[in-house]
Design a protein around this ligand. Structure first.
Ligand code: TEU
Length: 553
């Protein structure tokens, strides 16, 4: 299974921002259908779609009110079935987002629970206040504020790890698990061949919910509990495990590498791979997202290297990614959009795509898209960012300081409409979009396909992965681990003398490496400076943001 996974590349589409075909300012399924010819150019294997089910959109669709219906703003079930068929016609499979840790408070389950229906009240974590009147536990929502909200006009509270409109489901209840199985199987019947499971590693909260001794520890109280593996094994057995073609990935919030190995080791019969976030928290000061932190390259290297080595040695499998709908663009965090946008975009792409695992490409990444240049908190719409801004002000930060932090970390940064062309709404819509694009004058599909060097670089990386076993199957060994500006590594196979050496200069300064030993004859597989070595020089010079992949014979 992992050999096959190693040859796949998965693209992520945030449907709300991809293409608006009916002029309402929102992206929709028919818009995606219209753009299939563009998607087919990349030669990707699968597309992960963020949720487009019926939802009040308090958390952009991660608050689901009906798991089996397409929200009318995105289209109809017929549109979805057409999308699946037309993508299959160009050899692209569909991966859907399964948000099963929580549902919308508009879902019928929650509504029935509010009417006193005990069956459905058991679907949720309902708890009374403590004797002193304080909330059931001191847990904090990941979107800020307490994780408990009054349950209607009862004296109970319901748990919500995210927004108060997202009520956590109690997976200890076999009825809830059965509902989850039936939802996954419903979409399997529609020809879906991939599932991304939202925050799957927090479904195992203890029955008796207790305070955390340190507000930062509530992640540990309900994260990666042993019972999660039991529930995932059951999910596997009752749904996707019945079809060997199905690809699964679990989003594992605040997880550990040992847990991630267990979730993704084929011998465990749980998931095919996991998203871990250690490498995307190096710019969190003391683990806190809404802080300013200078780029800590050595911390980034260590995360990437530890992740590769531990997962490989443990038998796990990585989802490789820099970007998604929850993250600002990596080009802003780890590259240089102002002075070296193209070179640093290529270098970042190469860094991830030559690693062991399955790469994910977030829409727009293949254009070198970057964060928007908004000027006011009013430009942002995400509940997490707006709550964070208010919290920073409450901490005494000035609006300017608080806004500066929001602009570097907001999830909206990657949710701006796809840049199809240089026009006012980026060719995304004929009307003002739900979130405004900026920067499309320079960065857009028309320009990139005509004159760009990033889209075709991704095409090359994808093609190399499919043809090169060193990339799809090879093991990982870091090189120059202590070097302060180069992330270099070797990919090797135990049954072949061939090796792949990858060098990535993460800075705008030229650097020369003293190669440790004579690296034999070979050929350049990939370079963003048009290198044509047939033998690496003993002293290898890397230009600013240079990436070089060299395969020995
Ligand atoms: O995200 C899980 C999660 O923890 C996010 O809060 C993310 O880590 C954080 O925003 C990074 O700052 C998943 C979905 O990807 C996200 O879009 C949803 O808002 C969240 O779950 C709730 O469903």
């Amino acid at each position: 299974m992992q050999t096959q996974l190693g040859k796949k590349v998965i693209y992520q589409i945030y449907p709300k921002s991809f293409y608006d075909s009916n002029g309402d300012g929102f992206g929709d399924l028919r818009g995606i259908i219209e753009k299939i010819p563009y998607l087919a150019k990349l030669n990707i294997d699968m597309i992960w779609f963020n949720p487009f089910y019926v939802s009040p959109q308090n958390d952009n669709g991660y608050d689901i009110a009906d798991y089996r219906q397409i929200d009318p703003r995105f289209g109809t079930m017929a549109d979805f079935e057409e999308l699946v068929a037309k993508l299959k016609a160009v050899n692209i499979e569909v991966m859907l987002d399964m948000v099963l840790n929580h549902c919308s408070t508009e879902h019928e389950w929650f509504k029935k629970a509010l009417t006193g229906d005990e069956k459905y009240q058991k679907y949720f974590y309902l708890r009374p206040a403590k004797a002193d009147g304080s909330l059931p536990t001191n847990w904090q929502s990941k979107f800020g504020g307490p994780a408990w909200e009054k349950f209607g006009d009862t004296d109970l509270y319901y748990l919500h790890l995210f927004d108060k409109t997202q009520a956590d489901l109690d997976w200890h209840n076999p009825d809830v698990r059965q509902e989850a199985f039936e939802i996954v199987n419903f979409w399997r019947q529609k020809g879906v061949k991939g599932f991304r499971f939202d925050v799957l590693n927090v479904i195992g909260k203890d029955e008796n919910l207790v305070d955390s001794s340190d507000p930062n520890q509530e992640k540990m109280l309900y994260t990666d509990t042993p019972v999660v593996h039991q529930y995932i094994k059951e999910l596997n057995e009752k749904t996707f495990g019945q079809d060997k073609e199905i690809v699964t990935v679990g989003e594992m919030s605040s997880t550990s590498f040992p847990a991630s190995i267990k979730y993704s080791d084929p011998k465990e019969h749980e998931l095919a791979m996991v998203f871990t976030f250690h490498h995307l928290k190096v710019d969190y000061r003391d683990g806190k997202k809404w802080t300013k932190m200078p780029f800590d390259f050595m911390a980034l290297k260590k995360c990437l290297s530890d992740w590769q080595i531990q997962m490989d040695q443990g038998g796990g499998w990585n989802a490789l990614f820099w970007n998604n709908h929850d993250q600002p663009f990596a080009l802003n965090r780890f590259g240089d959009p102002q002075n070296y946008r193209i070179k640093s975009a290529q270098m970042l792409a190469s860094t991830i795509h030559f690693l062991r695992g399955t790469p994910f490409i977030y829409m727009g990444e293949e254009l070198g898209m970057i964060d928007p240049t908004y000027t006011s908190i009013a430009d942002y719409v995400d509940v997490e960012a707006k709550n964070a801004y208010d919290a920073l002000l409450k901490q005494g930060m000035s609006p300017t300081e608080a806004f500066e932090i929001i602009t570097t970390k907001a999830r909206d940064n990657s949710r701006t409409p796809m840049h199809w062309d240089a026009t006012e709404f980026a060719g995304f819509s004929d009307v003002k979009p739900w979130l405004m694009p900026t920067g499309q004058a320079q960065i857009n599909v028309v320009e990139e396909l005509a004159n760009g060097q990033i889209f075709n670089f991704y095409q090359k990386l994808i093609a190399l992965r499919k043809q090169e076993p060193l990339i799809s199957d090879g093991h990982f060994k870091e090189l120059f681990a202590s070097h302060p500006q180069v992330f270099a590594y070797e990919r090797y196979l135990t049954d072949s003398p061939e090796k792949l050496f990858v060098f990535n200069n993460f800075y705008d300064k030229k650097v020369t490496l003293e190669l440790p030993e004579k690296i034999g004859a070979g050929a350049v597989l990939c370079s963003n400076y048009e290198r044509t070595y047939d033998q690496l020089p003993k002293e290898l010079t890397l230009e600013p943001y240079e990436t070089l992949a060299f395969k020995t014979k």
